[in-house]
Design a protein around this ligand. Sequence first.
Ligand code: FRU
Length: 517
Amino acid sequence: MYFYRIFLLTAFFMAQSNLQSQVQLDANATNESLYRPNFHFTPKKGWMNDPNGMIFLNGQYHLFYQHYPDATVWGPMHWGHATSKDLVQWDHQPIALYPDSIGMIFSGSAVLDKNNTSGLGRNGVAPLVAIFTQHFMPGEKAGRTDFQNQSIAYSLDQGKTWTKYAGNPVLKTPNLKDFRDPKVIWHGPTQKWIMSLAVANHIEFYSSPNLINWTKESEMGKDLFAHGGVWECPDLLSFDVNGKTIWVLLVSMNPGGPNSGSATQYMLGDFDGHVFKPFTTDIKWMDYGPDNYAGVSFSNLGDRKVLIGWMSNWNYANLVPTEKWRSAMTVPRELSLVKQETHANANINSSQNQNDFLLVSRPVKELEARFTKIISKEKTVAEKEFPLMGAGKILPNRIDLDIVKATDFDIIFSNAYNEKLIVGYDAAKKQYFIDRRNAGVSNFHQGFAAMATAPRFVADAEMDLSVLIDKTSVELFADGGRTVMTALFFPTHPFTNCSLQSKEGISVKTMNLFSFK
Ligand code: FRU
């Protein structure tokens, strides 16, 4: 798989020369001004993939991430680092973890070891402990199977500097080559640390009293759920629903997503500190779009469950046409559970189980607070077309619509170069869609110019949408965040127009347009 990524590098250089010959980019814009997003995190330079070690500490959010600083393609992985006070404005920090003789630094998590169970704290300072996979490339190249092992590092200065534990690795592979992405939580009832680990086609759970000695508890998923690709980046979260604890296990998988390539599925169940017992076995996706992968939640954030995903897809992540850096993160999203409605929807295999919940995602309130309203309208009569633009032709960054009745519609973002991105709804199929078939540069990967679809999970009633649009990404949160879609696009010139169109006419109860400030 990692060799495959190196193969992609060659494809990338071929695609770059192709790009130049076929696509005329805006002569007045730089690649930076055209493609560097306004409100999505990007690395200053170089390559980025999964978010890692996200933790809230003393009023600061820490985002670590898979990073190769020396090129804009995947390579020897480091942990990059950024901090934020509000989840929106991020400050770049020096690289936190560098590869060493045990291997590259792959994905993982971080915890605050409040009680110093690890003994790594000093002088009353509780250590911040990072738990991550080390990937030993020479081992992989030699065809061995013991090249992915789990290591730890600790920080006594709030994540500024890190010391690797002298006894690394702390959890060795039982000779399984896909053995990675540890996500660790504190499990109160058993007073132990629990690690969820992705092991090829299933998740394994390990427990530890001290983050150093790990014992296997159980495994889950070999014959259940989606298996179109390898399982990666698990996250086990507990939600309090009316006094009852419900566990959600996130599992990213590549390829085999609902709209091709990488995507994240989730499972609902019980977890007793040893075994995860799923309530149902139907396949559920956290985000149906092609560009939200490896998302996990922040540690040490109390009851809040805030997730950030990597806004790309392994199908083409190494090939997208940004020059100085590659990849952005999704906006931070607040996760919650809502009861799945009972309804007659042919698209959904709802089991009518009393424990059947949907995982809902919404942009965090900190981000919503950064949008300024530019237009607000109420109770518009049914119309076939109306503009979604601010005064002076300002293109909104966020469009919130309350629609009276689910009707076919297209929200079209376009420019004068015949490029358009469509976010819409197909009432007959009961599907939302994002159509990027003619949204600009796409020749870097066959299959990028596609239309992604997602089911609607509520009965045919009113519909509410929030659409976030940055320079190269769109995020759709529909029906209170029950259906979510994230997709990238790369117009040759910025979109300058946006309108809502509906052949049969659409009644919009309220329409609010916002600009990111
Ligand atoms: C997911 C992933 C992880 C791995 C990391 C390597 O995108 O493949 O499984 O730890 O990326 O960069």
